[in-house]
Design a protein around this ligand. Structure first.
Ligand code: LMR
Length: 331
């Protein structure tokens, strides 16, 4: 009898200990490869968060659209099926946060310094505030880099885009950008781009070198134009209910880990993209096209109407504020 009572007590004790040690799990889902600025930032956050919380929090990172594709991941975050994401700023429009699409305007922020001023200042904070009513908290802005264009024909002048099916992220500004060039924009999830290129569903796309290289787009695109015509960056976001429900000390440690992971990710993003561009050039599967200043000026001119067309969507005031910051940064 005593033996059974003792065994029961031991089992209870073990259950209680296991319970006390059950970590809080944060699923961090993203769509790119681990070997990218975002992938490395997510892994760095995991390392730091688990260290600072002494194992009380476990971060499960799911790269490469393993859990969700582009649109689904935002819905999953709102439902609480995943706790943390870092979607590109171009993907917030369908949520109703159209202001984020301002970052998609062609040639809007010519340097990272200009961009940092916008995201780290009141504009960046104001944009995060808009997410709260959607059950989302914005924690940080992470860089990827400036975009290049790819296609199966050389893209040197604006007229070269005419009639081409170009893959875009789900942003109305990107849609307007390609329409201004006479192309036919097609929204596709990131994980579907390689196959769409391979089978001719699309003729080309735009992306950062790190995304193109890690998805092997250069193997199925004959030409890449180093246009730097726009920017891809991310908002690291969490489910608000989950985040607000965390014990304060844990949340503090996670914020510290996020600050450091942000500095790390933003610190490596330029080199990651430079290295990816060099690796694609070395692979020699695509011909690279550089634009002369006069050719670039032609692109800027052809894309200028997108600003007027989209000011109603992203907000005229916001647009003016961003342009003012960009100017103030000496860019
Ligand atoms: C894309 O969908 O093209 C990229 O923005 C994916 C990403 O998250 O970088």
């Amino acid at each position: 009898m005593l033996k059974y009572a003792l065994a029961g007590l031991i089992a209870l004790g073990m259950a209680a200990t296991a319970n006390a040690q059950t970590p809080i799990v944060i699923k961090f889902s993203h769509v790119v490869a681990p070997d990218t600025p975002k992938g490395k930032g997510a892994d760095k956050f995991k390392e730091l968060a688990e260290k600072y919380t002494a194992g009380k929090v476990k971060i499960e990172v799911y790269p490469n659209s393993q859990l969700y594709k582009d649109k689904e991941e935002l819905e999953a975050l709102q439902l609480g099926s995943v706790q943390m994401l870092a979607p590109s700023l171009a993907k917030f429009g369908p949520l109703g946060a159209r202001e984020f699409e301002a970052f998609d305007l062609p040639f809007i922020l010519p340097t990272k310094a200009a961009l940092r001023k916008v995201t780290d200042g009141p504009i960046g904070k104001g944009l995060f505030k808009k997410l709260e009513s959607k059950g989302i908290i914005g924690l940080a802005y992470w860089d990827n880099g400036f975009k290049v264009m790819s296609a199966n024909k050389p893209l040197k002048n604006p007229a070269d885009f005419k009639g081409l099916k170009m893959r875009i992220q789900s942003s109305k500004v990107l849609e307007a950008q390609f329409r201004a060039l006479g192309a036919l924009p097609q929204v596709l999830a990131f994980s579907e781009v390689y196959q769409a290129m391979q089978t001719g569903v699309v003729d080309g796309s735009e992306n950062t070198p790190s995304n193109m290289y890690t998805q092997k787009h250069n193997e199925v695109q004959k030409f890449i134009t180093v246009s730097d015509h726009g920017y891809i960056g991310y908002a690291v976001i969490v489910n608000k209910k989950f985040w607000d429900g965390l014990p304060g000390d844990i949340r503090g440690q996670l914020e510290k880990a996020m600050d450091e992971a942000t500095a790390y990710s933003n610190g490596i993003s330029q080199k990651e993209n430079d290295d990816a561009l060099a690796a694609m050039k070395a692979a020699n599967t695509s011909t690279f096209i550089e634009l002369s200043p006069a050719e670039k000026a032609e692109w800027v001119k052809a894309l200028q109407p997108v600003y007027k067309e989209m000011e109603g969507r992203v907000g005229k005031d916001l647009l003016e504020q961003i342009l003012k910051e960009a100017k103030g940064s000496g860019a």
